[in-house]
Ligand binder design. Sequence first.
Ligand code: ADP
Ligand code: MG
Length: 250
Amino acid sequence: MATLELRNVTKRFGEIIALNDVSFTVEDGEFFVLIGPNGSGKTTLLRVIAGLVEPDSGDVIIDGVKVNDLRPSQRGVRMVFQDYALYPHMKVYDERRFANLNFPLKVRKFLKEDIVKVMSNVARRVGVEKELYPRKPDQLSAGQKQKVAVGRALAIEPKIFVLDEPLSNLDPLGRLRVRDEIRRIHREIKAATLYVTHNLPEAMALGDRLAVVNRGAIQQIGPPREVYEKPANEFVSVFIHSFDLPVRPV
Ligand code: ADP
Ligand code: MG
């Protein structure tokens, strides 16, 4: 159980301002969606939260404690990367060796019997079937890789769960299925969750609240309906209506 707060986070890459004075709080147990076009700074923000990128200024605060100086593994933040970032030379799961699903437990030197216990729970939760265990990532479909990546992130119970565009490599049906699964998993683990997407229907379906970001700056924060019905500025309005289906005369 935890809250995540960002306070005035700014990050530049040379001339580019990837994050421009970003502040918001994700409440305990909340499903918070960050939505914005490509290049708006979403991945950079997740990397700052996870401790993989150092901000130029501003603070990351977890449960009221500033974590800027903590290493990624000490923050209690578990991340699912956009490209899954599975270890290509490792199997999905192997009781005795380092493998993709149990990697975080092996690193922390969990005993074998504990790994078996935790993993059977994790594999059930994300729906990784036993027949996938001996496979390497290049023998998995996008949907299966996705499940392994989510399972790995959940192997250590997260305080803060962050996901970077987890549906973007799936076909439309796969998206619907995994979307429902992510919602169910969130209900089970109840961790503060920050979910990144550029897709409005996904954001509307999943988010307790949305934050719309453009060029590294937060444009609006609110419940999905409110953002949809009362866009705070022209950018939000145009962005949101870019998802309307075109109606053409036949
Ligand atoms: P998003 O995830 O919303 O597509 P990113 O956070 O990946 O956006 O990128 C935001 C901006 O920062 C982009 O202009 C991108 O090119 C730039 N950027 C991200 N990471 C780096 C980096 N390591 N070096 C230089 N520029 C970067
Ligand atoms: Mg990105």
